[in-house]
Write a protein that binds this ligand. Sequence first.
Ligand SMILES: Nc1ncnc2c1ncn2[C@@H]1O[C@H](COP(=O)(O)OP(=O)(O)OP(=O)(O)O)[C@@H](O)[C@H]1O
Length: 363
Amino acid sequence: MKRPCDHCHKERAALKRPKTSEQLCKACFYSAFEEEVHETICKTKIFRRGEAVAIGVSGGKDSTVLAHVLSLLNQRHDYGLQLFLLSVDEGITGYRDHSLDTVRRNEQQYSIPLKIVSYKDLYGWTMDEIVKQIGTKSNCTFCGVFRRQALDRGAVLLNADKIATGHNADDVAETVLLNLIRGDLPRLARCTNIITGEDSPLPRVKPFKYTYEKEIVMYAYFKRLDYFSTECVYAPFAARGAARDFVKQLEQARPRAILDLITSGESFRIGDTAQLKLPTPGNCTRCNYISSQPVCKACVLLEGLNSGQPRLGVARSRGSKKKGNPTPPGATPLPAVPSHPASSIHIEPLSLFCVYSAAMDHS
Ligand SMILES: Nc1ncnc2c1ncn2[C@@H]1O[C@H](COP(=O)(O)OP(=O)(O)OP(=O)(O)O)[C@@H](O)[C@H]1O
């Protein structure tokens, strides 16, 4: 016979909590999971009453659970947030089309309005078309850069104040490790910030910063949430490989290791030399997107695609001084994106870092 729940001592335990090793019944697990996210939101003050929040939803487990939990906590604790679902359709047949079906169902299930923006409309290219040009070697670079901008542009169209993403504690711990391995001190110092996006028009927040991936999967499973669990067809091995495996091994030996890695990252402070490396944000001269270079990375990549030299932007690490309109025939010119005051937030180009690490993995 199973032992009783460590919290309520009434119901029988249904699971062992990965984060704490406690034996809990389902109800106590849901409550612990949700209230920890609530505590993170309150302590870090990532939301203000009345704000419009665009939740970046891919249809995957993390963002689906995020949409579910934010909607629930918004009602339960009366945050006064206006929530939206925001999806980027990268144009990947057999992957994103299916996950978008999930997101459309989520719109009904959670009664949260959904906006979908597509690479085809914004840039004139789908990822399927890009992969035909570039192959599967540097495709993640294009996808990451385009997705970041697409999320920003979608959120601006929604008049959102913030973007919330489903990045979890495992993601943050991996980023700490990767920055440490690469000796990237400025990024190491920033990568644990819960509010990021100084290099974007809108702040980005990670309510799951302290939430373990395993618990997100358990929560989704026990609550029978409707999510899509297939890997991207173009990047089944791109995801941070060794760092991910290492974090999982550490967690197996000692569950607290994930939180400890985050705490180590948080304790890091950079000196003046490293501070000098931080780029100064300006605006892209072509599309007006916030950029530390005269031409933003997306425009450089587009220029390469449209001129039949798709490796152009991949080979160059940053920016381009070439002139010309990168918008292809038939594509919507990119709408102007306002910038937000840099002083009001911390910076952490986590998504850009994913792109960077994917590029490193492929190189
Ligand atoms: N196509 C997309 N549309 C909207 N948001 C996205 C998209 N892809 C990723 N995101 C956001 O970025 C976060 C991290 O991206 P990542 O690539 O790890 O997501 P995923 O593995 O596709 O799905 P999930 O994180 O939801 O399980 C997601 O949780 C989500 O908030």
